[in-house]
Design a protein around this ligand. Sequence first.
Ligand SMILES: [Zn+2]
Length: 319
Amino acid sequence: MSTLRVLTYHRIGQLDESPNMSPATLSASAEAFVAQMRMVAQRFQPVSLEQVLTSIDGGPVLPARAVLVTFDDATVCFARHAWPVLRELHVPATLFVPTAFPGSDREFWWDRLHRLIQAAGQSWPSGTSSEMWRTPWGAMAVGSAAARRQAWRRLAAGFVHGPFEQALRWLRESAARCSLEPRRSPVLSWPELRRLRDEGVAIAPHTRTHPPLTAINAAALTDELNGARDDLARELGDCWPAIAYPGGFCNEQVVVATQAAGMRLGFTTRRGTNHWPAAEPLRLRRINVGRRSGPGRLAIQLSLPGPLFNGLCSVLAAP
Ligand SMILES: [Zn+2]
């Protein structure tokens, strides 16, 4: 029995490099990322998605201190800031792509919401007072920076808990009222993804349109899972049987549908380490890296014995 630790990254870069994107998904500066990956390469045993999948099929067991480095959302900063570092340090990477985004004008809902709330400082949707927004989740004050931070939290909860379609409709209508300019997708294009695949990146599905899978109906769930698998097979010739659930959200229905789509591994955002081979390979834990995760803090999280770390995570996650 071994242990698999999985790191989750989203975006790499400086805050001011992407003012139109929500800072909530910025995992590390380019410099911090280099320091973190040097630490991982020196003190741990980076493994590839292929090694992980082979090990559950009776292939070689994972080495001690195995760490899988994953990136959700496949934004362009991966190619710019992350992959050159990973390649130089021989750290395998797994990139989870929402397959409706490459080459489109789709924007992630949290980035559009961020822009909308930013715009609240200057202009107001018609039909609202200068300090209140009427939303499906009640009236929200947006007249000060603190109020806008609170509005962000309440609105984001509305997207996550659903109904997701209703939240998207409200966002679309509000963006139109605010005359928010459409933006091109921040996700890597198919030609860029094919180049990364050729250079050794494992490219795997992150659904098609990135909804919280627990907040959509059964038909949409099947379409998101099977559609992403088929998009990758069409564009890249193959699809790794491993998925990262958007926002980490999964329940029994999601797990059953994921298995039916042919997936062998499902990555959540529940913090912790995994005994390996995992008892529940479609509910794997990961360790999310945020802007406060320096190399020292990350090393501690990766070094603690699995049961102790998972126990601490459960205590800290308890309401
Ligand atoms: Zn995501």
